[in-house]
Write a protein that binds this ligand. Structure first.
Ligand SMILES: [Zn+2]
Length: 441
């Protein structure tokens, strides 16, 4: 959801958006989990938890998701192609030039109009996918006013990012037409960090309320867990996602002082204490193991590769089709849909690698959480709760696993949670040295 505004906001940030926001940090979550009975007293349940079979509704929801994803991929290629090859982009540039005169204003007006155009084209599908369909599957609590308000806010945030950042590669293209992709990649590094820094404090609160946790006893337990995980002065926020969705999730966002663990209020309402603590331990794993920085580093490596490919192919396309396109060089802002088209195409090649990297980090966070809580039953049953009655397919097919799965499948996670217990055999913990020493030390 929040992925969309940055997705549209500006080209280079597209992959950031995918990695940071397209992949909620815990997400197994397309679901309507029921409250699981709390673990009785201090008696820890130890029996393995079976992987649930998906319901017919879950299979239908999953298939529909795949179809809608396919439609989105096709539109992501078809829409910029039509805008480019019909000459519409060149006409939009002429109009922006007519209004703006100067170089900066021409670019800014073009970027605004282009973002509004993409927003309007995707509006019917967004409305169906984000509102109508979620309600028809009983997954949404959102009013139409909230949906519409969020959509407008996303558009405005996109425009703000577009105007703030859109001129940068065009300036670099003017100064260094052949090496622009290297310079832009270097300039992207502080921008990636900045976006990650401001997202939790300025952007996310535009859409939901972030407050202190209401359940103070649970908050204290989470803070104790954080202490044991070696996180000092951590902040836990409860976000009122129940106004939007019945789905449950949590995430860790931000860098430096804005780093925070966020629980959706729906998660607190639906999981028992031990399950919430496992989810929190998973999020703390991301935090302690520096996953945000690893994702940012991966993006900083991928950006020059992507922009190099974009540069080569864009030049070839312009040289072949300049008459149809109505522009002669990449420096012309009318090339913006060409950048979008090529980024969408290359992201199809890159996303499987980004997803594989993300799954690797998720497995690390699951390992960390199991070692910290040492409660296999709570962990596995948390995933069952996330998937039960819910519309998550525990064993999705190959296309999903390659292009869409930023997390291991639900079945893989439940099986891992059932089986991973080195502490029972007295074997060393993989992350044991990260944990705060216990009292006996
Ligand atoms: Zn995670």
């Amino acid at each position: 959801m929040r992925a969309r505004f940055i997705h549209m906001a500006f080209l280079g940030l597209q992959i950031v958006a995918h990695a940071l926001y397209g992949a909620p940090a815990f997400a197994a979550a397309n679901e309507q989990a029921r409250v699981m009975p709390a673990a009785p007293g201090s008696q820890m349940q130890t029996e393995p938890v079976p992987v649930p079979e998906p319901t017919a509704t879950a299979v239908k929801y999953h298939k529909g998701n795949m179809l809608l994803w396919g439609v989105g991929v096709i539109l992501g290629i078809a829409v910029p192609t039509i805008i480019l090859f019909s000459g519409f982009s060149a006409r939009l540039r002429d109009f922006a030039q007519h209004l703006g005169h100067a170089w900066f204003w021409t670019i800014s007006i073009y970027v605004c109009l282009f973002i509004v155009l993409l927003w309007a084209i995707s509006l019917p599908l967004d409305f169906y996918q984000g509102f109508v369909r979620e309600h028809s599957y009983g997954l949404s609590n959102q009013s139409f006013a909230k949906w519409a308000g969020d959509s407008i806010k996303s558009l405005l945030v996109s425009i703000a990012f577009g105007v703030a950042l859109g001129w940068i590669p065009y300036l670099v293209l003017r100064v260094s037409p052949t090496r622009w992709w290297i310079v832009t990649s270097i300039l992207a590094v502080p921008i990636f960090v900045f976006v990650t820094l401001i997202e939790p404090i300025w952007i996310a609160p535009l859409f939901n309320k972030f407050g202190a946790m209401k359940d103070k006893a649970l908050e204290r337990e989470i803070l104790n867990l954080a202490e044991r995980a070696g996180i000092e002065g951590s902040r836990v926020f409860e976000v009122n996602k129940s106004v939007d969705t019945k789905k449950i999730n949590a995430c860790v966002t931000g860098v430096f002082g804005t780093k925070r663990v966020v629980l959706w209020d729906t998660l607190i309402a639906k999981l028992d204490r031990d399950q919430v603590l496992f989810v929190m331990a998973h999020e703390m794993g991301h935090y302690v193991l520096g996953h945000i920085w690893k994702i940012l580093a991966a993006l900083c490596l991928l950006t020059p590769v992507t922009l190099y490919l974009v540069n080569r192919s864009a030049r070839w396309i312009i040289s072949m089709f300049k008459l149809q396109l109505g522009f002669q060089t990449l420096q012309d802002v009318a090339s913006l849909p060409l950048f979008l088209l090529l980024l969408n195409l290359f992201s199809l090649l890159l996303v499987p690698f980004i997803n594989a990297f993300s799954r690797h980090l998720e497995k690390q966070a699951d390992t960390f959480a199991l070692e910290l809580t040492q409660n296999n039953h709570a962990a596995a049953s948390a995933f069952v709760a996330l998937g039960k009655d819910n519309l998550v397919h525990p064993r999705p097919g190959a296309i999903y696993r390659i292009w869409r799965a930023s997390h291991p499948t639900l079945a893989e996670r439940i099986e891992f949670c059932n089986n991973y217990a080195p502490w029972r055999e007295g074997k060393p913990l993989r992350y044991g040295d990260r944990f705060r020493r216990s009292k006996r030390d």
